[in-house]
Design a protein around this ligand. Structure first.
Ligand SMILES: Cc1ncc(COP(=O)(O)O)c(C=O)c1O
Length: 383
């Protein structure tokens, strides 16, 4: 029986299974030749089925290992038992919760499979109208998705010399024929939050010319989320879309739930452009933890603690770093980013490699405290 099911799992093609089979490995054995347990705990290459291998300090993907909360896990169990059924109206319950917190109507909320899906949909909707104007360095995966399909071009505006999003330069570029302005606040990978007054005033002026998307994936981790968010601009009727996610402060990156807040018309367009039907498990988990303030406080405290550890380490080593308002830190180790990445990887510590041509800058995520500790201890030994 175990063999049968493992074999079906492998034949389903996940994780390069067919290549492993073609190489003549038994479907029920791992790369190390051991019998695979059922349910399978490892991939064909011997890695953990999900999450990092136990010996790896996973600090490269801006995940939050303190999630999911107990409140989410309870709902995941419940949803699993209802897995035979399409999710039905659960999305309305989540939309209602989100709308209540932000003082908007549920019609203004579009819930998607991670915020990435909403961001991709938005790039597809607005890309054909004209260029997506964005800072040179931002989380560009979804704009690139549309660009790679020939549905968008990205007009990147250089950062200021101190690595900030240059709002004035962006404003100077934007015209009525701009397809979309995409801002990430706090920005990834810099971790910087834009000055609130300047950001809101600029977004308001920009939105008079074209639609402005503000990706606030990390906003709950900022010191003053309420003071920095642009949600109020949506409420005032400006042409602004806010994207948020359950992948960061809620620690549910693998569960895939995100949402946008916009006008009801834009929300309807995002819903109809999104390609997947959100899973009942994801919806239930998000409903379970959305207002779990005890967990949110705990999660944020752990991230801030880790951030302080990295800042202290960089200070002690005389390394420049940007004052992060997120669960990652952008810093200059003195080594090219890819070299530092390799040296740490040799010690089972995974951080991000180089972004674009920013070879001097490295990004480390705030994972488990003990993993961040490993990073802080290893850093002086490799630079
Ligand atoms: C700024 C930003 N926005 C959006 C996302 C997408 O997150 P998800 O699709 O998991 O919600 C990420 C992922 O790291 C990100 O860094």
């Amino acid at each position: 029986m175990a063999f049968d099911i493992s074999r079906r799992f492998m034949l389903a093609g996940g994780f390069g299974a067919s290549a492993t089979l073609a190489a003549g490995c038994s479907a029920a054995s791992t790369a190390t030749g051991q019998q695979a347990a059922f349910p399978p705990q490892t991939t064909p290459s011997g890695n953990a089925l999900l999450g990092p291998n136990p010996d790896i300090a996973q600090l490269s993907r801006n995940e939050n290992p303190y999630g999911p909360s107990e409140s989410a896990l309870k709902m995941i169990e419940y949803a699993g038992k209802k897995g035979a059924y399409y999710a039905g109206e659960a999305n309305l319950v989540l939309a209602q919760l989100i709308a209540e917190r932000h003082g908007v109507s549920p019609e203004q909320i579009a819930i998607t499979t991670g915020s990435g899906e909403a961001l991709s949909a938005i790039a597809l909707i607005y890309g054909p109208k004209g260029p997506i104007v964005a800072p040179r360095l931002f989380w560009d995966t979804t704009a690139l998705y549309a660009a790679n399909l020939g549905m968008a071009t990205i007009d990147r505006v250089p950062l200021t010399p101190d690595m900030k999003t240059d709002l004035a330069a962006i404003e100077a570029k934007v015209t009525e024929s701009t397809g979309l302005v995409q801002l990430c606040n706090p920005n990834n990978p810099t971790g910087l939050v834009a000055p609130a007054d300047e950001m809101k005033a600029t977004v308001k002026r920009l939105a008079a010319k074209t639609t402005v998307l503000v990706d606030e994936a990390y906003m709950e981790l900022a010191d003053d989320p309420d003071g920095n968010t642009c949600i109020d601009l949506v409420k005032e009727g400006h042409d602004v879309i806010i994207a948020r996610t359950f992948s960061k402060i809620y620690g549910m990156a693998g569960i895939r739930v995100g949402y946008t807040i916009s006008s009801p018309e834009i929300a309807a367009k995002i819903r109809s452009t999104a390609m997947s039907w959100i899973s009942g498990v994801g919806l239930a988990a998000a409903i379970g933890c959305y207002n779990d303030t005890a967990f949110l406080d705990y999660s944020k405290a752990k991230i801030v603690e880790a951030r302080d550890m990295v800042a202290t380490t960089c200070d002690a080593l005389g390394m420049e770093f940007l004052p992060s308002q997120t669960n990652f830190m952008y810093f200059k180790s003195g080594l090219p980013a890819n070299d530092l990445h390799e040296k740490l990887a040799a010690r089972n510590i995974e951080i991000r490699g180089q972004y674009m041509d920013y070879a001097d800058w490295s990004r480390v995520s705030m994972g488990k405290i003990e993993d961040v500790e490993r990073f802080c201890k290893a850093l002086p030994t490799v630079v």
